[in-house]
Ligand binder design. Structure first.
Ligand SMILES: Cc1cc2nc3c(=O)[nH]c(=O)nc-3n(C[C@H](O)[C@H](O)[C@H](O)COP(=O)(O)O)c2cc1C
Length: 310
């Protein structure tokens, strides 16, 4: 079984990947999406989203804990997606993931993300172009939702992904219109899985071991991807693999402190304050102590004040 850490723009960046893969038995990370329009992006953009690429020749595009990181691209033009994908592979990424699930209005307006689920032919063209542009053994994966407004094209889209030569498919079991509202329709993942022959990774609403067991049962998938759940229970990978119970609050606190260290050594902007508050909001779904800490730091504006509260 693989447990994959979900791409989460503005949340699951390389610092978080670093911390989570140190504790959690995660098998693969996917970066936040990198928006591709009509140009080949400079190296520095890829390095910003995926600093793991900087030493890729030594460590093979892995987090410090040794977990492979795959770069995710989001775009609508096959030729530019292909050129950028080729570059990402040259830079050392362990594969390419293509985003066809992003619900953002801005992205969808310019025909990127989940809007492409209305057009399986376009989906096919993008994946095929990317596949043709990279070495034949490169992993090219796709991440889709069940559709845009409805699920009528779910199977057709999955078949287009397979026909274009993708190595695997992650399905976030909701349409764009369903947003992040529970439930996730895991039974639809089963329908998709039965219609194609490439590995399928099940995603959506896996917050704990019970959810993972149920999701695997209903979807028929062995592999799962977790996003918000991993921010709520940082060692969710271990929990799902039944290697460990849920980590105690004191260990979580040590992770929060380690996050503080990143800040001390790097970014001096509001970045840290916002991110730590955001993380605590997820943590408080499970840890009462996170709720108390959140109340304490909610109004604090500087990293120094927050560190003192810790
Ligand atoms: C804040 C946020 C940012 C996200 N950013 C991305 C992204 O960059 N690329 C992507 O494919 N999915 C993105 N997603 C979707 C997640 O990868 C995942 O499919 C979704 O959260 C459902 O999984 P979960 O219930 O385990 O969180 C994002 C979700 C959230 C909540």
């Amino acid at each position: 079984m693989r447990v994959v850490l979900a791409p989460m723009e503005g949340v699951l960046d390389y610092r978080m990947r670093d911390l989570l893969t140190q504790v959690g038995s995660y098998d693969l990370c996917v970066t936040e999406f990198i928006r591709v329009v009509d140009q080949v992006l400079p190296d520095r953009v890829f390095h910003r989203y995926c600093p793991e690429l900087i030493d890729a020749d030594v460590y093979g595009s892995c987090t410090k804990a040794g977990t492979p990181v795959r770069v995710q691209l989001l775009g609508q033009y096959p030729e530019y997606m292909a050129e950028n994908a080729a570059k990402v592979i040259e830079l050392g990424s362990s594969g390419i993931d293509l985003n066809f699930g992003c619900p953002s209005k801005t992205v969808n307006k310019s025909r990127g993300g989940s809007i492409l689920l209305k057009d399986p032919e376009n989906l096919y063209q993008i994946i095929k172009a990317v596949k043709d542009a990279v070495p034949s053994d490169t992993i090219v994966s796709a991440k889709i939702r069940l559709g845009y407004e409805d699920k009528s094209l779910a199977i057709e889209n999955a078949q287009a992904v397979e026909a274009a030569g993708a190595s695997e498919l992650t399905v976030h079991a909701r349409t764009k219109v369903e947003g992040y509202k529970p439930p996730a329709h895991w039974q639809w993942i089963a329908k998709i899985k039965n219609a194609i022959n490439i590995p399928v990774i099940a995603n959506g609403e896996i917050w704990n071991l019970d959810d993972a067991i149920k999701c695997r049962e209903v979807s028929g998938c062995t592999d799962v991807m977790v996003g918000r759940g991993a921010l709520t229970i940082p060692n969710l990978g271990q929990v799902i693999k039944q290697e460990s119970g849920i980590m105690p609050w004191l260990d979580v606190l040590a992770m929060l402190s380690a996050y503080t260290e990143f800040e001390t050594h790097g970014d001096k902007s509001k970045y840290y304050c916002n991110r730590i508050k955001q993380w605590l909001k997820y943590l408080k779904n499970h840890y009462q102590e996170a709720d108390e800490l959140f109340v304490e730091i909610r109004r604090l504006k500087t990293a120094e004040e927050i560190k003192a509260a810790f």
